[in-house]
Design a binder for this molecule. Structure first.
Ligand code: SAM
Length: 353
């Protein structure tokens, strides 16, 4: 999405709408800029359409079709409420989506891709998005890894807004990477390398797809902000790492300084293998670090107090020290669903003992 050089007010409200549309913010929570609600004339409707459904991003990597349909319907209803004329283009886009949706229902083809695009901070005046192919449901195809979870969003916000030095120039290993938001944000922030790992074959495939989807944007960013060479592929790889069947030589050989993970503490059964892998990874020497070992970060959504306590006890049993980092003052960049629970961010270290 491009902006006028002067970042005019018109572009501000268009950006507010587009950023929400691409993250598929539920329409009940959508923040419509007040000034447009009074001025939804044809040119305003056309401008919204151009910045969302018919933008390059919207055409190449659209949100779920039923979401776009509801988005356009909401605008049409708002137009009705103001007594303005409908834009021909908007109406036509709506009817096209409607006919595609009923065609899909008739043929039973409900497999249309669904993308979410997350706005990232940038030094330029245009909005840069991280685009992920995700599934609309939290559990899909037998895994939780095909969508982005709350803890990944809060952790990414912490890194981007409050602690870039944790990531910049460092080699990162992510456990249970899911759709890939956290690791890709690390690469965008200037990590020297990122290894995204998961157990599920479908998730690993999706991770590769999401890495490819964002590589060019990240190369461009590196070239612009860090003077890198545009042709260099980003230093990122996707590999399998199952906490439940671990080869400890393989763990030690993983070339990382910082271990990160988000929303991987959701099932108590996973706590012993996860904390054991964390302990092994963290105890691998890293001579550049003050403790002489690697460091780790875990972001977890506190759904059940008991699971959280069990996780802390398991860290202690594995001789992993943790410090909870406050997130309440970290500004938000992304949309967050209501009532998903508080996110705790833990900084993990080990000592030689
Ligand atoms: C709730 S998802 C979180 C995904 C991502 N980190 C996020 O926050 O959006 C949990 C992830 O952990 C992965 N996972 C579950 N058990 C695992 C195991 N034994 N080894 C490695 N990854 C595992 C799942 O495949 C899934 O991708």
């Amino acid at each position: 999405m491009s902006h006028d050089e002067d970042g005019s007010a018109e572009h501000d409200w268009l950006t507010i709408i587009a950023v929400q549309y691409f993250q598929t913010v539920p329409l009940r929570s959508f923040d419509w800029p007040q000034n447009i609600l009074h001025k939804l004339d044809v040119s305003t409707q056309d401008a919204i359409l151009r910045e969302t459904v018919q933008s390059e991003l919207g055409k190449s990597y659209p949100p779920e079709a039923s979401y776009s349909l509801r988005f356009l319907k909401a605008i049409l209803e708002k137009v009705d409420a103001t007594g303005e004329e409908h834009s021909e283009a908007l109406l036509q886009a709506y009817l096209e989506l409607l006919s595609n949706a009923s065609g899909d229902k008739l043929t039973g083809d409900l497999s249309r891709a669904c993308y979410k695009s997350y706005p990232l901070p940038t030094k330029t005046s245009s909005t840069v998005y991280l685009t992920l192919h995700e599934e609309p449901l939290k559990i899909s195809q037998g895994t939780t890894g095909l969508c982005t979870w709350e803890a990944a969003l809060r952790f990414a916000e912490y890194l981007l807004n409050a602690a870039p030095e944790v990531i910049q120039g460092r080699r990162i290993l992510e456990l249970g990477a899911g759709a890939g938001l956290l690791g890709l944000v690390c690469l965008y922030m200037g990590a020297s390398s990122v290894e995204l790992t998961d157990v599920d074959e479908g998730v690993l495939e999706r991770l590769k797809e999401n890495v490819d989807l964002n590589s060019q944007m990240i190369i461009d960013r590196m070239a612009r902000d860090f003077g890198g060479h545009q042709s260099n592929p980003p230093n990122i790889r996707v590999s399998k790492l199952d906490w439940e069947s671990v080869d400890f030589d393989d763990i030690a050989s993983r070339n990382a300084e910082i271990i990160v993970c988000a929303d991987v503490v959701y099932d108590p059964i996973l706590i012993p293998p996860l904390t054991s892998v964390l302990g092994s990874l963290l105890r691998t020497p890293h001579h550049g670090h003050p403790t002489g070992f690697r460091e780790g970060w875990v972001a977890l959504t506190m759904r059940q107090e008991q699971t959280y306590k069990e996780f802390l006890s398991a860290l202690t049993r594995n001789r992993i020290r943790y410090e909870r980092i406050r997130l309440d003052r970290v500004p938000r960049l992304f949309y967050h669903e209501d009532n998903v629970g508080e996110v705790a961010l833990l900084h993990l270290t080990v000592a030689d003992s």
